[in-house]
Write a protein that binds this ligand. Structure first.
Ligand code: ADP
Ligand code: ASP
Ligand code: MG
Length: 407
């Protein structure tokens, strides 16, 4: 059972979590619980790190931001004892949950579930601090990237061979799109691993991308549900499962959007071999992830325009790198835009249907929304548009593909 920030926002909410745990224990399940920090806590810790100095040290950043989960793990263990259950808290290093040394967004390398498994068999509830791990060789605490408690939970579930991994959050499942943006969004009963992976990586932050990857590889049954349900009478959530287990397939399953994009356009780039390498090589070396790329075929085959997108956080750095390589690349002007959003439609049905994206282009055009860039792959397509049109575009696509909840 994993509980996110809103679900453990204060001691009263933690008591509610304990009631959910008690229900499962009363049903004679052995239970391990993973908790996030209280809502807002990690943001506060991150802000303190920034305030503390310009000499940014990722290992110390992790030492600070991992602390939020320690508090909630201890508190939940206390509350569980308070209602007469046998429980203890676990920090990441005590398990241990081992990671690489990429501080701030470390990857899980190995989880030893043996000690924890023994405690569970003795009837002790394990309350594990999410989001954190240990890099063995340096003996330092790491964190798994924002939203990383989901990944802690799935990795632990795989390590102890859990029957299920239930992700309790503030919505009662995975929706056709973010229910905060589209009130007509519908809860999905089932979503395939592939679709969930795309939805999460294209902006639906209900699950961290890596948690879905780990679940897919280790065949963990993932169930997303609400901690706001009555603990005595919980409602349905969303099962993340294999594609074969979903009978009724829609062409489009969900719409995701990401504001975490910035656009760079190079004008009048020399149209000659080696230019793309001169642009994208240095960006790759600087670990900047380029997403969409568009190169226009030039009319006179001397110069062309190239547009691409980078993560918002890397925008300034990417511009500096391109400007530093201006002589090697050879371009007339660099234009950038930060007020853009990437809207994506996802569905395994796209494999067997043509013209799915074309309908979207037409629908957005009818609303006067200009598309700056497009990318497609087997089960999704994405469009870059002006950020101001986010809600309108998401709602338009949601209706277009028949995803709106019936009144
Ligand atoms: P937690 O703190 O429990 O980890 P998060 O805030 O990380 O919760 O994730 C839950 C939020 O994800 C929801 O409140 C919702 O606004 C957002 N969200 C975005 N896309 C979706 C979607 N397709 N389905 C459900 N929730 C979504
Ligand atoms: N507390 C961490 C965060 O806010 C991890 C998590 O909530 O999953 O990113
Ligand atoms: Mg989360």
């Amino acid at each position: 059972m994993k509980f996110g920030g809103t679900s453990v926002a204060n001691v009263e909410r933690i008591r509610n979590v304990a009631a959910h745990v008690k229900r499962e224990v009363d049903a004679e399940h052995e239970v391990a619980v993973v908790v996030s920090a209280m809502a807002g806590k990690t943001n506060e810790l991150v802000a303190w790190c920034k305030e503390a100095g310009s000499h940014f040290d990722n290992a110390e950043y992790d030492a600070v931001v991992a602390s939020g989960e320690l508090v909630t793990a201890g508190l939940l263990a206390l509350v569980l004892k308070d209602i007469g259950l046998n429980a203890r808290s676990w920090q990441g290093w005590q398990i241990p949950l081992l990671t690489d040394d990429a501080h701030g967004s470390a990857r899980v390398t190995k989880v030893d579930g043996s000690q924890l498994g023994e405690c569970l068999r003795r009837g002790e509830i394990a309350v594990v601090a999410g989001f954190q791990g240990l890099h063995g060789p340096t003996n330092r605490v790491t964190t798994l990237g924002r939203g990383g408690s989901d990944t802690s939970a799935v990795a632990l579930a795989a390590a102890i061979g859990a029957d299920r991994c239930d992700i309790y959050t503030d919505v009662d499942g995975v929706y056709t799109t973010d229910p905060r943006v589209v009130p007509k969004a519908r809860r999905l009963d089932k979503v395939s691993f592939e679709e969930m992976l795309e939805m999460a990586s294209l902006g639906a932050k209900v699950l961290q991308v890596r948690s879905v990857e780990v679940a897919m590889v280790h065949k963990v049954r993932l169930y997303v549900r609400s901690s706001f349900d009555d603990p005595a009478d919980p409602k349905l959530g969303t099962l993340i499962c294999d594609e074969e287990d979903i009978l009724e397939q829609q062409i489009v399953t969900g719409i995701a959007f990401s504001r975490d994009e910035a656009q760079i356009t190079l004008r009048e780039v020399a149209d000659k071999p080696g230019v793309a390498a001169a642009i994208f090589g240095p960006l790759a070396e600087a670990n900047i992830n380029v997403d969409m790329i568009i190169q226009v075929v030039s009319e006179d085959s001397t110069t062309t325009d190239i547009t691409f997108t980078v993560p918002h956080a890397d925008f300034a750095r990417a511009k500096e790198i391109i400007e530093a390589g201006r002589d090697a690349i050879g371009y007339a002007r660099l234009n950038g835009a930060e007020d853009v959003v990437k809207i994506s439609a996802i569905g395994v049905g796209m494999r067997s249907h043509s013209g799915v994206a074309a309908r979207a282009f037409k629908a957005l055009a009818a609303k006067g929304i200009n598309i700056r860039a497009i990318t497609t792959s087997e089960i999704k397509f994405s469009m870059l548009i002006d950020e101001a049109y986010t809600e309108l575009a998401v709602r338009t696509l949601h209706s277009l593909y028949g995803l709106d909840a019936r009144p």
